[in-house]
Ligand binder design. Structure first.
Ligand SMILES: NC(=O)c1ccc[n+]([C@@H]2O[C@H](COP(=O)([O-])OP(=O)(O)OC[C@H]3O[C@@H](n4cnc5c(N)ncnc54)[C@H](OP(=O)(O)O)[C@@H]3O)[C@@H](O)[C@H]2O)c1
Length: 322
């Protein structure tokens, strides 16, 4: 079958190890089922994998991809939840220290057919497009948990999203606005900042700029480049919810004094659990939210999709269709 996989690892030139080619058909293990791919979306995670983050050479070749929607057993239309708990784990799977995401230990979703634990399938809401469904399991689920489980901000509260155009960032703007939060955004690019406002952000500011008002929470996935700004813009007692560090995880200043003196909270957030994915899918349907899809490519042209994501020029999700 046609698949998009990592053949080798390169920290400096991740796309050099990317192959679009034939891989053997998957063979579901006990309790797992096969899904026929309809659409998948890329995440920064796929670039990290090609750089060896969470994916050692010993596991190669590895089919990439955390996100997908397709046709499950008995012909149901399904979304695949990407967090794979260890055998015997019960409770919130994001707290399982031995969990993995599809494409880390088990083969990922960028192939004509892939396998997933039967318990990880979630029904695709009726009428939802394949690209929308395939956007939910990673970026959108992460945004959902950051905003609604971890930030503590209620409707009318003010949230700053660092980074205007990323998959998680655009999801936070759309979900936050739909839920009645006031959403401010920072960006490095004027056009992306304008688009963020069109999407529902109340205001957009150049990256690092002083804000007119302190915010209740910051949604942080950029990391080192924005860390000090995230600390400085919070009201006393406010929260930084952090789920990523795209620009690096070693900021020049940790800002420890400001964090304790102003009683700020730093809350780690990773993906979301199956219940949150079900609720997210329901919210998308009832609120009529359509994720911003930057571009869509056929699976056979996945290299162009990776080039688009790597360029950083995307606004919203980059999708693949089978
Ligand atoms: N913990 C988890 O479960 C989880 C889940 C999903 C994602 N993540 C992590 O979250 C991060 C974002 O993921 P994604 O898929 O949304 O990535 P993406 O689509 O590639 O977006 C990258 C984002 O980072 C911003 N950015 C990058 N470098 C920057 C810099 N130097 N200064 C300011 N902004 C910068 C971009 O802002 P502009 O639009 O302004 O360029 C954009 O919003 C990644 O590190 C990913 O690994 C973690």
């Amino acid at each position: 079958m046609l698949a998009v996989y990592a053949q080798s690892i390169s920290r400096t030139d991740p796309l050099s190890g990317l192959v679009v080619g034939e891989r053997p058909d998957p063979e579901p293990q006990q309790g797992w089922v096969e899904v026929e791919l309809k659409a998948a979306t890329l995440n920064h995670h796929d670039l990290w994998s090609l750089q060896g983050v969470g994916l050692p050479e010993s596991r190669l070749p590895m089919i990439l991809g955390c996100d997908a929607a397709g046709i499950g057993p008995d012909g149901q239309e399904v979304i695949a939840h990407s967090v794979i708990p260890s055998p015997g784990w019960s409770g919130d799977e994001t707290l399982d220290p031995k969990r993995s995401l599809l494409s880390e230990v088990h083969q990922g979703t960028f192939s004509e057919r892939f396998t997933v634990p039967a318990a990880n399938l979630v029904p695709k809401p009726e009428g939802m497009s394949w690209e929308t469904a395939a956007s939910l399991p990673t970026a959108w689920l992460t945004a959902y948990r950051m905003l609604f489980t971890n930030s503590g901000v209620t409707p009318g509260g003010l949230v700053l999203v660092q980074g205007a155009g990323g998959g998680v960032a655009t999801a936070c703007i759309q979900l936050g606005a739909a839920a009645g939060l006031r959403v401010w955004v920072t960006g490095r690019d004027e056009a992306k900042m304008e688009r963020a406002v069109e999407l529902g952000a109340e205001a957009a500011f150049p990256s690092g700029e002083r804000l007119p008002e302190k915010v209740d929470a910051v949604i942080e996935t950029v990391g080192a480049a924005t860390w000090s700004h995230s600390v400085n813009v919070l009201r006393p007692g406010g929260a930084i919810v952090i789920a990523g560090a795209t620009s690096g995880d070693a900021p020049t200043k940790a800002e420890l004094t400001k964090i304790f003196f102003r009683q700020l909270r730093v809350i780690g957030s990773t993906m979301g659990n199956r219940t949150e994915l079900l609720r997210l899918a329901k919210l998308m349907q009832t609120a009529g939210i359509e994720p911003v899809i930057d571009s869509t490519y056929p699976l056979a042209d996945a290299r162009s999709a990776f080039e688009r994501l790597e360029s950083g020029e995307n606004f919203g999700k980059v999708a693949l269709t089978a």
